[in-house]
Design a protein around this ligand. Structure first.
Ligand code: HEM
Length: 87
């Protein structure tokens, strides 16, 4: 079960039943961008604490708003301008 917060993706499959705010509310946003709902109930500290456990290596790029694109550029810089893709 994946959710989006900002330009990051979190796998809450294992966490859902431990969520202090309840499983139901998390299930309702499964597979969706839950950024607005997340920031309504939590602060940065919660993300910092749980990111190592829940954050997956997927990034959400919104080409219309440019959200997340900076991060893509940073990744490309690490690869010295060459794009590597899987077959
Ligand atoms: C990465 C995903 C999430 C994590 C790690 C997480 C973690 C937590 C934690 C640790 C708490 C306890 C209160 C606190 O320490 O601030 C909490 C409470 C809560 N969470 Fe989440 N949460 C996540 C996503 C969400 C989402 C997407 C929603 C809404 C759709 C939500 C709704 C709530 C609510 C309503 C509470 C109770 C707030 C209160 O009692 O005042 N959470 N969550």
């Amino acid at each position: 079960m994946l959710i989006i917060v900002d330009e990051n993706v979190y796998d809450v499959s294992e966490f859902v039943n431990e969520h202090p705010g309840g499983a139901k509310i998390l299930k309702r946003v499964a597979g969706k961008d839950a950024t607005k709902q997340f920031w309504k109930y939590h602060n940065e500290g919660v993300l910092k604490k749980y990111s190592p456990k829940l954050k997956v290596r997927l990034h959400v790029l919104d080409l219309q708003s440019g959200r997340g694109v900076d991060r893509l550029m940073a990744m490309l810089n690490v690869l010295e301008g060459r794009v590597v893709v899987c077959e």
